[in-house]
Design a binder for this molecule. Structure first.
Ligand SMILES: [Cu+2]
Length: 157
């Protein structure tokens, strides 16, 4: 009887052992997923920062100043007397005006030696003749009544 009990006990133990082995195998196979899960996708990297704007270029140099024009002078008026049968030579600027006044008791004229720049009528005592010179140059003139009377106006820029 004891031997039978031992035998049953042995079979029982073996059965349990087999059962356990089977369960373990099932558990093992169950625990191991047929398909391995894919790892989580890595987070997308952050966008890079935008580059700073470049600095503006230097301002261009100011252009050179142009050549200076003729000095802006206010036109002048020169008074000159015709006296004792003589003219006085004058030097003036372009745009200036000359006024001749006859101080003699005889008539005189102011007449260009050539051309018609100066062409006064007969000037009695106290009368005047004026002319504005707009072009630089040397203007020689005389008196038609007394050709030996000569004068000169130099007009400068
Ligand atoms: Cu004269």
């Amino acid at each position: 009887m004891a031997r039978q009990t031992l035998l049953f006990a042995g079979i029982f133990i073996i059965a349990i052992a087999l059962f356990l082995v089977g369960c373990t195998g099932q558990l093992n196979s169950y625990a191991a997923p047929a398909t391995q899960s894919t790892g989580a996708t890595g987070a997308t990297g952050a966008n890079g920062t935008t580059g700073a704007n470049g600095t503006n270029g230097a301002t261009g140099a100011t252009g050179a100043t142009g050549p200076a024009g003729p000095p802006a002078t206010t036109p002048q008026t020169s008074h000159t007397d015709i006296s004792n049968f003589r003219f006085s030579d004058l030097t003036i600027k372009t745009g200036d005006t000359v006024i001749w006044t006859n101080q003699d008791n005889v008539n005189h004229t102011v007449t260009s030696d050539s051309g018609t720049e100066l062409d006064s009528p007969l000037l009695a005592n106290g009368q005047t003749y004026s002319h504005t010179f707009t072009v630089a140059g040397v203007y020689t003139y005389h008196c038609t009544v007394h050709p030996s009377m000569t004068g000169k106006v130099t007009v400068e820029n």
